[in-house]
Write a protein that binds this ligand. Sequence first.
Ligand code: CU
Length: 130
Amino acid sequence: MKKLLLSFLVFIAFMTTAQAEHSAAHRSLAGHLEVTLMQDLSSATIGDFLELEVHIQNTSGDNISGAAIAVDGGMMAHGHGLPTRPQAVELGEGRYLIRGLRFSMPGEWRLVLDVTSEDVQDRILIAFVL
Ligand SMILES: [Cu+2]
C-alpha cells in the first residue's frame, strides 16, 4: 500500500513538472519558433511594472540572435491594448528582456510578440489570466 501511494505521488510530481514546462513554452503561429517565458505571467502583480525574460529558439533548438521584437497585446474582452509600450532588448544566446510591461486590471490578457530576425518572421501569442 505504501509502495502504491509512493508511486502515485511520484506520478503526480511528474505530471505537475511536465505541465509547468509545457505552459512556459509557446510555439509561434507559423510554427518557426519556440519561445520560453522565464516567468509565469499569471503570477504578475496588477499595476506593477515587470520585466519578462524570454528565450527564443527555432524548432531545431538553435538560439535566435539579433532579432527585433515588437511587443503588443491587450484585453480582447475589454477592447483595449496594453497600457504601456514595452520594449525588448537582446541579452544574448537567444535571450531577450522585455521591459515596461504593466497589466492594469484583472481579467484575460494577451501578449503578442512579433519576432523578426534575418531568417525568420513569426508571431507568438501568449494568453493568460490575472
Ligand atoms: Cu481591461
